[in-house]
Design a protein around this ligand. Structure first.
Ligand code: ATR
Length: 280
């Protein structure tokens, strides 16, 4: 029997075995003296509705949602926070004591927080270039559109997906550029964010010519397996400033922890060491 103060949270996904979220949340629970556990729960698509009901009856404070459920879960939730509605995707669910479920999306917050904490002086005087048009690209674009940049450029192999993002959230401040023209745009961007799966272990590298970028350009890759992707390695070699994707994972988690426990946790040295150990 667990005590009534025991807090439960989890990540649901399919597959979910490799998730690092338990390392992060269990660390913070320990730091903040919260007696409880953050678990990984494999949920196959056909069991999504019953999984949500299960979490309610088993006393979970909330849970994270990962692939392939981020969009599919929406019909099973009672409420949606504004960012989740704009994103059309949920990565965090809060369960109130009366069982009411609210969907949040902290991916964009995490992406921007990582950039702000890593390189607060990233250039805002030139456009940002978002490469890709999946869920992560939408999160990046939403975050960057709040940053008072001249505009946000988006490019994707499948152009119509980039157009859909610009239309849904762009407020006239997003420009879609053909995939074949991405090198020209990279030249003038102050920030380049790779949100595609290119560069991930087992995938091809992202082909992007950054050799003529201004020296103060920041290259941000949300892929964190490997931590230094071929794109980041190239940027480092050229002397450009880089941001790795691991921090995004940590800061989206921090925002979720705040939703559940009303505490904003820190990316402290001990957590950094624990995560870096995973990548040794
Ligand atoms: P997420 O929601 O996690 O961002 P996703 O929806 O699967 O993931 O998006 C993956 C992104 O990587 C897409 O922008 C995809 O481009 P398409 O929309 O054209 O599929 C991009 N991507 C994946 N493999 C690619 C490749 N070989 N070349 C170019 N882009 C690729």
């Amino acid at each position: 029997m667990t005590s009534p103060t025991f807090k439960r949270a989890a990540v649901i996904g399919w597959p979910v075995a490799h998730s690092l979220s338990p390392v992060i949340h269990n660390h913070w629970m320990q730091v903040h003296g919260i007696e409880g556990e953050y678990e990984k729960i494999t949920v196959e698509p056909e069991n999504l509705a019953s999984a949500v009901e299960d979490m309610k009856t088993k006393g979970f404070s909330g849970f994270n949602v990962t692939v392939p459920h981020k969009e599919a879960i929406i019909p099973y939730l009672d409420k949606l926070a504004p960012l989740a509605r704009l994103m059309g995707a949920v990565n965090t669910v809060k369960i109130d004591v009366d069982g009411t479920t609210t969907g949040f999306n902290t991916d964009g917050i995490g992406l921007l927080a990582n950039l702000e904490k890593s390189l607060p002086s990233w250039p805002r005087d030139r456009p940002a270039l978002v490469v890709g048009a999946g869920g992560a690209a939408r999160a990046a674009a939403l975050g960057l559109l709040n940053e008072n940049l001249p505009f946000v450029v988006i490019t994707n192999r499948t152009r119509k997906k980039a157009e859909a993002i610009a239309q849904d959230i762009g407020r006239g401040r997003m420009v879609v550029v053909d995939w074949e023209e991405r090198n020209d745009v990279a030249l003038t961007a102050g920030l380049i964010v790779n949100t595609t799966t290119l560069g991930m272990h087992g995938n091809d590298a992202l082909e992007l010519d950054i050799s003529k970028c201004a020296r103060d350009t920041v290259v941000y890759d949300i892929v964190y397996q490997p931590l230094i992707t071929p794109l980041l390695a190239e940027a480092e070699k050229l002397g450009l400033r880089t941001v790795t994707g691991l921090g995004m994972l940590v800061y989206q988690a921090a925002a979720a922890f705040k939703v559940w426990f009303d505490i904003m946790p820190e990316y402290d040295a001990a957590l950094r060491a624990r995560l870096e150990a995973v990548f040794q």
